[in-house]
Design a protein around this ligand. Structure first.
Ligand SMILES: NC(=O)c1ccc[n+]([C@@H]2O[C@H](COP(=O)([O-])OP(=O)(O)OC[C@H]3O[C@@H](n4cnc5c(N)ncnc54)[C@H](O)[C@@H]3O)[C@@H](O)[C@H]2O)c1
Length: 271
């Protein structure tokens, strides 16, 4: 269904790896709502070429960029403005990776080279993206920049490991840069804190299967899907949310405000 909520809007979508990716769904929904955009991902993530199917389906161009490299980001924003014919109205940062999680390093024994790499990819890349857009004056007034995050930034989920710290840093960047970008250019910066979702990044977290079921039972509305998340992102890109900035917005079926649910209690009452 389309309400043309993004008609005439132009943007960049980071992080569509495969059809499970949240960014993939955002691209499909943005296209359905009338937006034009450039797709981007790290060159190494494009080896399988899946992103080309999405590009074809949404009429988008693909520009490879490692989001930790300033020269890649500068090229990306410059070329995106050329292709789309002007400044941008939205950017989605949908990027996350922890080497310590990937290699199964326990949080009490972190490898700090790996920590720095994961922090750069998952958190600092957001600052680099914002700084590049700001420097190139790439965003229209009232445009909207969204990054995806997880509630481990606020509460402890033991196996989320150093990604919890990366997400806390990411959310802080949204507030800090959001202040300056709002004052200078009326650009909005927010994070959306999404339910656990079966994607390549999500499934990489130890114990994910048990955890996603637990979250489902804890949330009054159940877990929010990747498609639900995409729809929320679209509202944040639209003019209907133009006064929302510097926020961390929970999109989790109510999980974040629940102490315990009857469904979970039931499990413990079973003999
Ligand atoms: N899946 C979940 O349970 C969940 C829950 C809350 C938040 N999130 C967040 O949603 C976002 C998207 O993740 P997803 O679940 O769709 O998984 P995904 O694996 O499909 O997406 C992660 C993306 O990050 C990209 N990436 C990694 N290194 C990069 C780099 N150097 N430069 C540019 N791109 C790079 C990957 O190529 C991939 O496309 C992440 O920030 C993730 O932390 C996911």
């Amino acid at each position: 269904m389309s309400n043309n909520l993004l008609k005439g809007k132009k943007g960049i979508i980071f992080g569509a790896l495969n059809s499970e990716s949240i960014a993939w769904k955002v691209a499909e929904q943005a296209h359905a709502q009338g937006a034009e955009f450039v797709l981007t991902n790290a060159p190494i993530a494009m080896r399988m070429g899946e992103i080309n199917n999405l590009a074809e389906a949404t009429g988008a161009k693909v520009i490879p960029a490692d989001a930790t490299k300033m020269e890649d980001l500068e090229k990306l924003f410059t070329e995106a403005m050329e292709i789309l014919g002007g400044k941008l109205d939205f950017v989605l940062h949908s990027i996350g990776m922890s080497v310590n999680v990937r290699k199964g390093k326990h949080y009490t024994e972190l490898n700090y080279d790996w920590l720095e790499k994961g922090w750069d990819v998952s958190a600092v890349s957001f600052h680099k993206t914002l700084q590049t857009a700001h420097k190139l004056d790439a965003m229209n007034e009232w445009s909207s920049i969204v990054a995806l995050t997880y509630m481990a930034a606020q509460r402890t989920f033991p196996d989320y490991n150093d990604m919890a710290d990366n997400k806390a840093y990411l959310e802080s960047i949204a507030r800090s840069f959001g202040y300056h970008y709002g004052v200078d250019k009326k650009v909005r910066v927010n994070t959306i804190s999404q339910s656990p979702t079966r994607t390549t990044a999500g499934s990489g977290v130890k114990g994910f299967d048990g955890f996603i079921e637990y979250a489902e039972k804890m949330s009054p509305l159940g877990n929010a899907s990747a498609l639900d998340c995409a729809n929320y992102v679209i509202t944040m890109f639209s003019d209907l949310t133009r006064m929302v900035t510097m926020q961390n917005l929970y999109h989790d079926g109510g999980f974040s405000n629940v102490g315990v649910s009857n469904a979970v209690m039931q499990k413990f009452m079973e003999e």
